[in-house]
Design a binder for this molecule. Sequence first.
Ligand code: NAI
Ligand code: MG
Length: 354
Amino acid sequence: MTAYRIATIPGDGIGVDVTAEAVRVLDAVLPGIAWTEFDWSCEQYLRTGAMMPSDGPHQLAGFDAILLGAVGFPGVPDHISLWGLLIPLRRAFGQYVNLRPVRLLPGTTSALRGRTAEDLDILIVRENSEGEYSDIGGKHNPGRPDEFVLQQSVFTRVGCERIIRYAFDRARERCRTLCSATKSNGLIHSMPYWDSIVEEIAADYPDITVRHMHIDALAAEIVLHPDRLDVIVGSNLFGDILSDLAAAVTGGLGLAPSGNIDPTRTAPSMFEAVHGSAPDIAGQGIANPVAQILAGAMMLDQLGEKAAATAVDRAVCDVLDKGATLTPDLGGTATTSDLGNAIADRAAELVAST
Ligand code: NAI
Ligand code: MG
């Protein structure tokens, strides 16, 4: 068996609790992973003035993958915590895909009336390296009546082509439909450009049905007709917003995993929950660890450990379906580690029986 070297960055708030549970579950299905923990966080920022050391990416480069909790805590502005760790790592490692599968898991109910698992199974492919999340811009004439800020978006041909092609490939593996998030009626440079690249690439995928939807209409579609959606591709900002919305209409943020992926496999990919550090429930031991555990399953899948990944996924489904050990967000009274332990036990059983 390959001995993987995995870096963990538990980060802040509930990131710490849920990462511990993901490690527990992964150890149960694939013994022998060599874990190395990095204590980069807002606490570290307050102590040292930096979220991570300046050679942070270099320290992580040799690992097979990274499991990240969440960063962000009151007292440190969010743009400092995210731009001090998360965004630089995504960019340093060429993780240009942010993959966010959203589905209705057994034993959970959708916030949408009458919707079942068949209706709610969406793969959001979010651009993860450019777009609206750019540091180009600035504040001008500060303190004067004519004060203003500029925030540039960046849409490169290479950046658009590679994420859109990746989404078409995923659509080919799934239902052969792709919905592209646009807003070409409002953003008159970036979005018509994005749309034109979708059309160019569509010519190579005649078997895929493509829809362009304005982001506002698409948000409504997720709520009203999620069954009409399968793979969605969106820019950095649009993909980010849609994935919280899609997670919320399924079982909530506590269930939604994500992967920051370098499809070229040159650098480690980084897996995390969609949710943040949830300061409102931090330190209470009640965060739902499922999103982070499923992020761990995505990591196993990406490492090629398909059987172990499937065992984790099935264990999550079985435990949720049984309904005996649920955290408060799912209507239960279990703690984070109660649920983590139940999933780890079930995953170990599944592995032993194969
Ligand atoms: P959040 O996702 O942390 O929380 C939103 C709401 O969902 C809260 O009410 C929270 O209690 C609930 N929630 C989230 N995850 C949950 C879980 N596993 N179990 C039960 N309930 C859960 O988003 P928010 O409040 O906007 O951000 C909090 C901090 O996290 C900020 O500093 C933000 O910048 C940061 N953040 C970090 C991310 C990352 O590291 N990738 C991603 C998103 C936010
Ligand atoms: Mg987000």
